[in-house]
Design a protein around this ligand. Structure first.
Ligand SMILES: [Zn+2]
Length: 433
C-alpha cells in the first residue's frame, strides 16, 4: 500500500518511543489504580456490613440470602481484582513490551498486504489476543458461578458457544473490516467518516437481526404460550401502547439460573424477551410489572436516545482514529512499522481507546440509571401501584444474589442500574399528580 508512506515526516524514533511508552504506561496505571481502588472500597464496605442485615434492608432480604449474597460479592470481587491485574499485565506486554508488533509483523508477513490479507491479519491477531482471557472465563463459569449454584452450562456447551461466537465474529467482522479498509483506499482523507457511517448502518441492522437470527443460534426463543399469563401480559401491552404480536421466552436456564428480561430493537422490529428463569421465579402480577418496565424503556424512547449518543461518541472515536492513522509517532511509539499503515492504527486504537473511555463510564452509567428510574416509574403508573415492581425487584436481587451494600462511589462508577434501596425509595415516593 503506497499511501501509508505518504505524509510521514521523519521522526526521532527513540524519543517518540520513550514519550509514547511513558504516556501509555501512566494511563494504564491510572486506570488500574482506579479500578483496584474502587474494588477495594467496595470490598471493605461489604465486609463492614457483613455481620448482620443492615437496618434499612431487613424488610427486603432474609438473613441467609443476605449472607450468601455477601459471600458471592466477595468471591466475585477477589476474582475481579485478580483478573484486572492480569489484563493490565497483558496489555503492558502487548504494547509496552512490544509483543503486539512482533505478532502483527509475523502474521502480516504471512498473510500479505492485500486488502483481504490485511483484514485477515486483523482477525488473526484479534483471535490470538483473545486467548489469554479464556481461562478466566472458564474459571468464572465453572468455579465461581458453579460454587454459588448459578452455573447450568457444561464444558461441551461452553466450547460450542465459543466456536459459534468465533464463526459468527469472523462471518460478520471480516467483511466489515474489508469494507473499512476499502474505504481507506478509496477515500484516503475521509475514509473514517465512511467507516463510521458503515458501522452505524451495521449496528442498526444488527439490532433487527440479533434477536431473530443471532440469538436463536445460542438460545431457544419460544412465544409465551396461550393462557392466563399471556392474556394478562398482552392486555397490559395493549393498554400501555406497545402493540406486539408476541412476547418471547428465552431458555436462559440452559446456561445459568440468573434471571433477566430485556427489550431490544426499534419500530416494527422491537422485541421483548423474558428469561424462563424469570417466569419460574415471579408471580403473574410481578411479571406484569417487569413487562411494564421494559415497555417503559420503549415508551420513553430510551433506545433511540442511546443510539444517537453512541453514534456521536463513535463519530468522535473515528475522527480521532482518522487523525491518529496519519501520525507517524502513533506507529513509532508502539514500535509498529508505518508501512503497516491504517490497519495497524485501527488495531492500536481499538486497544488504547479503552484507557480514555474508561473515565467516561460514570457518565454513561449515570444516564442509564436515570433511564431505569424512568422505566420503573412508568411501570408503577401502568399498574397503578408500586407493590408488584417492588416485590419483583426484591426477588430479582435475591435470586441473583446482588450486592445490597455497594460502596456509593463504586456503584456511581460501575452500576448501570440503581441499587435495590434506591429503586425502592424512588418507587415509594409520592406519585406526581
Ligand atoms: Zn431497565
Amino acid at each position: 500500500m503506497s499511501f501509508s508512506l505518504w505524509g510521514y515526516p521523519m521522526v526521532n524514533t527513540a524519543m517518540t518511543w520513550t514519550t509514547v511508552l511513558t504516556i501509555f504506561t501512566v494511563l494504564l496505571l491510572a486506570k488500574l489504580a482506579a479500578e483496584l481502588w474502587l474494588d477495594g472500597l467496595n470490598r471493605r464496605n461489604v465486609q463492614a456490613n457483613a455481620g448482620a442485615v443492615p437496618e434499612g434492608l431487613r424488610e427486603m432480604v432474609d438473613e441467609p440470602t443476605y449472607k450468601k449474597a455477601v459471600e458471592y460479592t466477595l468471591a466475585k470481587n477477589s476474582f475481579g481484582q485478580a483478573e484486572t491485574l492480569y489484563e493490565a499485565t497483558w496489555m503492558f506486554a502487548w504494547l509496552g513490551l512490544g509483543l503486539l508488533p512482533l505478532l502483527y509483523g509475523a502474521v502480516a508477513g504471512g498473510l500479505g498486504g492485500s486488502l483481504w490479507g490485511q483484514a485477515a491479519t486483523l482477525c488473526a491477531v484479534g483471535l490470538v489476543m483473545s486467548v489469554p482471557g479464556l481461562p478466566w472465563e472458564w474459571w468464572g463459569q465453572f468455579r465461581l458461578e458453579e460454587q454459588f449454584g448459578f452455573n447450568r452450562s457444561t464444558p461441551k456447551l461452553w466450547v460450542t458457544d465459543k466456536l459459534k461466537g468465533l464463526a459468527l465474529g469472523l462471518a460478520l467482522g471480516y467483511p466489515l473490516l474489508c469494507l473499512i479498509l476499502w474505504f481507506f483506499q478509496w477515500q484516503p482523507r475521509w475514509w473514517w467518516l465512511w467507516a463510521w457511517a458503515a458501522l452505524l448502518v451495521f449496528q442498526l441492522v444488527m439490532m433487527v437481526l440479533a434477536p431473530r437470527v443471532i440469538l436463536p443460534l445460542f438460545n431457544k426463543l419460544t412465544p409465551l404460550p396461550e393462557g392466563d399469563l399471556r392474556a394478562r401480559l398482552m392486555e397490559l401491552a395493549q393498554r400501555t401502547g406497545f402493540k406486539c404480536e408476541t412476547i418471547e421466552v428465552m431458555d436462559g436456564s440452559k446456561r445459568s439460573t440468573h434471571s433477566n428480561a430485556f427489550f431490544t430493537g426499534f419500530g416494527r422490529f422491537r422485541r421483548i424477551v423474558l428469561f424462563d428463569t424469570l417466569i419460574e421465579q415471579m408471580t403473574p402480577r410481578e411479571l406484569e410489572a417487569v413487562l411494564a418496565h421494559e415497555i417503559g424503556h420503549y415508551r420513553c424512547g430510551h433506545v433511540p436516545k442511546m443510539l444517537v449518543v453512541s453514534a456521536l461518541m463513535s463519530l468522535a472515536g473515528f475522527g480521532m482514529l482518522g487523525w491518529l492513522a496519519g501520525q507517524s509517532w502513533f506507529y513509532a511509539g508502539f514500535r509498529f512499522a508505518p508501512a503497516w499503515g491504517m490497519p495497524a492504527a485501527l488495531l492500536l486504537f481499538s486497544m488504547v481507546a479503552g484507557l480514555a473511555t474508561f473515565w467516561l463510564q460514570p457518565l454513561g452509567n449515570y444516564w442509564s440509571r436515570r433511564h431505569e428510574y424512568e422505566a420503573d416509574a412508568f411501570a408503577r403508573n401502568a399498574l397503578g401501584e408500586f407493590a408488584p415492581m417492588v416485590t419483583a425487584l426484591r426477588k430479582l436481587h435475591e435470586k441473583n444474589l446482588s450486592n445490597l451494600t455497594p460502596h456509593p462511589l463504586f456503584s456511581f462508577f460501575h452500576y448501570s442500574h440503581p441499587t435495590l434501596l434506591e429503586r425502592e425509595a424512588a418507587l415509594r415516593a409520592p406519585m406526581p399528580a
